[in-house]
Design a protein around this ligand. Sequence first.
Ligand SMILES: Nc1ncnc2c1ncn2[C@@H]1O[C@H](COP(=O)(O)OP(=O)(O)OP(=O)(O)O)[C@@H](O)[C@H]1O
Ligand SMILES: [Mg+2]
Length: 140
Amino acid sequence: MSISLPPVALYRRIFTLLDREPEVRDGPMVLLPGTVRGAVALESVWFPYPRAHARTAEGALGAAGAGGGELAARGVEFAVPAGGLCALVGPSGAGKTTMLHLMPRFHDPSAGRATLDGVDLRAYSLQSLHQVIGLVPQEP
Ligand SMILES: Nc1ncnc2c1ncn2[C@@H]1O[C@H](COP(=O)(O)OP(=O)(O)OP(=O)(O)O)[C@@H](O)[C@H]1O
Ligand SMILES: [Mg+2]
């Protein structure tokens, strides 16, 4: 007769992951879809990926950032007016996708701010923010 024991180490790792506090916190403001004009801007945005997850690639921007990781943005600045169209162009690894991912707040800037209609994205509830953003990812 054989007795199979639960894989304790596996569960421990799963619960460690589930217990992690998200770095991106919900904001108090609820966005109503009909009221969004759609002006977006990045103001002096700096963003380092955490060192533990940092990938290295040819063309990665710069040395270690304030958070200890690879800097994917240093002082990035741009504004797209409501109804405008914007194309981010640059070499592979320049940080285009990373900049885009600031809009649905997959991560927040370490300095500077990303805004929608002039309001810092951190003020919005994540659920309502995600209801007004359409995103077609580059990677499935
Ligand atoms: N999740 C991640 N964790 C750590 N580093 C990352 C992560 N995503 C991207 N990077 C690093 O950040 C830098 C910018 O990557 P990003 O994907 O934003 O570039 P990109 O301009 O969209 O490139 P491509 O044209 O190949 O799509 C690269 O050095 C990349 O290796
Ligand atoms: Mg990309």
